[in-house]
Design a protein around this ligand. Structure first.
Ligand SMILES: [Zn+2]
Length: 242
């Protein structure tokens, strides 16, 4: 059975915990500090690299560094689904271990994933073309293939709830279930090509890990690196990962 978290992509994301309102604070200086922090982390249309200045996360495939090719990075066009690539494609051999980039808790793990029929996938992409973008249900339930979602709470990037996604897997370890606490570097499953055309045709070609990070705040969300162009994008990602 697949486990969906529809709230994630429907704009009904969890709000940041507000804590004490600056207006109610007795300390006006503290209030002004809180105001400025809030302003810095307001989500606009583009991603602000300042948000991840101090972020350090682990490469999800051992020995596979951040790709330089624009087509494997966030913001690359994905014409086959009338969409935009929101993550990073780490090309590793089929069956390579994938690791958590940071401490977190599992919120989705597609155990028992069964590949969709090839014709069904084609029809879903036709639907995307008609809509003019990839509808979130098609993206989440068909195109990601077998996936794991991790919730990193509000600790990883100050001011945001952060979620990381690991997609196109061929295997998920038995202990990886919603609610499982994960440490940075924990092996969670293996790379594959599920959800990709070749997989629906019975081939193992094109295996890679699609990884993406979603930042949520105040009922809005944005993917890591949105609208940041190269070479700044590559430099930012290369600095974040170790
Ligand atoms: Zn991808």
């Amino acid at each position: 059975m697949k486990l969906y978290i529809p709230f994630l992509f429907c704009g009904l994301s969890l709000s940041a915990q507000s804590g004490e309102s600056p207006k109610n604070s007795h300390l006006s200086i503290l209030s002004s500090i809180q105001d400025s922090v809030a302003l810095e982390t307001t989500i606009h249309k583009t991603f602000n690299p300042i948000w991840v200045d101090s972020l350090k996360i682990l490469l999800p495939c051992s020995g596979v560094s951040v790709p330089k090719r624009t087509m494997r990075l966030p913001n690359a066009p994905r014409d086959y689904r009338s969409g935009i690539h929101r993550g990073i494609d780490f090309f590793a051999n089929w069956g390579s271990p994938i690791m958590s980039v940071a401490d977190g808790i599992v919120i989705r793990a597609d155990h028992g994933y069964v590949e969709v029929p090839a014709e069904f996938r084609v029809n879903m992409l036709d639907a995307s073309a008609k809509v003019g973008h990839t509808p979130s249900d098609i993206f989440n339930n068909v195109l990601l293939g077998q996936a794991i979602f991790l919730d990193h709470g509000f600790d990883l990037i100050p001011g945001f709830r952060t979620i990381s996604i690991y997609a196109h897997l061929s295997h998920i370890n038995e202990n990886i279930k919603p609610g499982t606490k994960i440490k940075m570097g924990d092996v969670m499953g293996k790379t594959g090509n599920s959800g990709i055309r070749e997989s629906t045709l019975g081939s193992r070609a094109g295996a890679h890990l699609h990884w993406e990070m979603i930042l949520q705040k105040d009922e809005q969300e944005i993917y890591l690196g949105k609208d940041v162009s190269n070479p700044d994008l590559y430099e930012m990602l290369n600095r974040i990962f170790y």
